[in-house]
Each structure stands twice: as structure tokens, then as C-alpha cells.
Design a protein around this ligand. Structure first.
Ligand SMILES: Cc1cc2nc3c(=O)[nH]c(=O)nc-3n(C[C@H](O)[C@H](O)[C@H](O)COP(=O)(O)O)c2cc1C
Length: 205
């Protein structure tokens, strides 16, 4: 199928067939698409937790307005944003300099600019900026699922604090959006696409 056809095929699946598993090589492909997603400065201030354990998924469903996508899914991808931006910048420059101090010195101006950017933001702004990067990654995961003909449902309807505790995530990592994945159940209703018209969404100047 073509990319656009795949995007028309996908829909926000409410009930997955809990007998069908998404194989690990497919999960790896989705995660690789997430890894390749572009982010501001390339800092990738997000983390994805893949939840496959049934008991844990059932528990998480209770923190998600009891939406059945969670418990019936094959895996739940929990997208979190990270707030440890300064540490992230350090690691980034360590990575791109290959640990070579001379090379890193040559990039000092760029590193300082990035650190100034991070330090200029309030905690709230950092959270909002990092969450936006997590959503770009979510978009790549959604498209990747469609490409692989794997069903999914993006979800914001959940209690982030309860997820954070249940997943034992550290202070600097906070869940922001979910993507349960799997294969649609025969009992689920495939909803027709509802989209605003092109004239509303796009314009030329
Ligand atoms: C960020 C985001 C959050 C969403 N949260 C939920 C949710 O909590 N529960 C749900 O059933 N659908 C959720 N949806 C699915 C949307 O309702 C759905 O994508 C939209 O109506 C378009 O339909 P389609 O995805 O089937 O084309 C969410 C979608 C997005 C992108």
C-alpha cells in the first residue's frame, strides 16, 4: 500500500485482539522510526517505555479512564518528556565529539548557545518544549505503525502522575502521551475518517 493509503487505513483503534501479538522485530522497527524522528537541536528530550506485561497493562488501564485499548493491546508505548536538558546537552556534546576534548572545544560556541537556550527557559517552558519533541516522536511511531499495518491509538486520556509512579520513572521523566499497539479486534468499529476540508487547513500566499 502507498503511504497515504496506509494513513487512510489506520484509525484510532479502541479494542485490540488480545490474542494477536506484535512481533518484537516490528516493535523494533517502530522504535527505530521514533529514534530517527527529528527534534529541536537533536536533543531527543523524551523516553519511551514499552509495556508488554499483562498485569501492568491491566493496572495502567485503571489509570486511563478504563479505556480498553490499554488492556487489550499487544504493547503500550508510553511517551515521556525529559526535563534534564543541561545533562542532555552535555551527553550530546560528549557523543558528537567522541569524547575528544579538542573537538569539543571547537564546538564551544554552539554548546554555550544551547546551554543559554536551556537556561533561559522556566521549568514550565522546558516541560512544554520537551513534550512537543515527544509528540514528533509519537507522529513517527503512528506513521510507522500504519506502514507496517499495525493498529494503534494515540491517547492523552490518562493520569500521568499515576503512570509515572506505576512505571517507577525518575523525577526528570514524565509521561505525556500513549500509543497502545496491536491488531484490531473484529468486535471493534472501524470509524470513517472525519477531517476538516483542505480549504480550512491549508492556504497559499
Ligand atoms: C494526542 C492525541 C490524544 C488522543 N487521546 C485519545 C484518547 O485518550 N482516547 C481515544 O480513544 N482516542 C484518543 N485519540 C484519538 C483521536 O480521537 C483520533 O485520532 C481522531 O478522532 C482522529 O481519528 P482517527 O485517528 O481514527 O483518524 C487521541 C489522538 C491524539 C492525536
Amino acid at each position: 500500500m502507498s503511504f497515504i493509503k496506509n494513513l487512510s487505513w489506520r484509525y484510532a483503534t479502541k479494542i485490540f485482539d488480545s490474542n494477536k501479538k506484535v512481533e518484537s522485530d516490528h516493535v523494533e522497527k517502530i522504535l527505530e522510526a521514533v529514534r530517527l524522528a527529528p527534534t529541536s537541536f537533536g536533543l531527543q528530550p523524551f523516553h519511551v517505555t514499552v509495556v508488554e506485561n499483562q498485569e501492568l497493562k491491566d493496572k495502567l488501564q485503571g489509570f486511563s479512564w478504563n479505556q480498553p485499548q490499554i488492556g487489550t493491546s499487544s504493547q503500550v508505548l508510553v511517551f515521556s518528556y525529559r526535563t534534564d536538558v543541561l545533562a542532555r546537552i552535555n551527553t550530546y556534546f560528549e557523543m558528537i565529539s567522541g569524547g575528544n576534548e579538542e573537538v569539543r572545544k571547537g564546538m564551544e560556541g554552539y554548546e554555550t548557545m544551547m546551554k543559554n537556550f536551556a537556561e533561559s527557559m522556566s521549568e514550565e517552558k522546558i516541560a512544554s518544549w520537551a513534550a512537543r519533541q515527544a509528540y514528533i516522536a509519537l507522529g513517527f511511531a503512528l506513521a510507522s505503525c500504519a506502514e507496517l499495518e499495525i493498529d494503534s491509538c494515540p491517547m492523552e486520556g490518562f493520569d500521568a502522575a499515576a503512570y509515572k509512579e506505576a512505571l517507577a520513572l525518575p523525577e526528570n521523566i514524565t509521561p505525556v502521551v500513549l500509543l497502545p499497539i496491536g491488531y484490531r479486534s473484529e468486535s471493534d468499529t472501524v470509524r470513517a475518517k472525519v477531517r476538516f476540508p483542505e480549504t480550512d487547513l491549508f492556504s497559499n500566499k
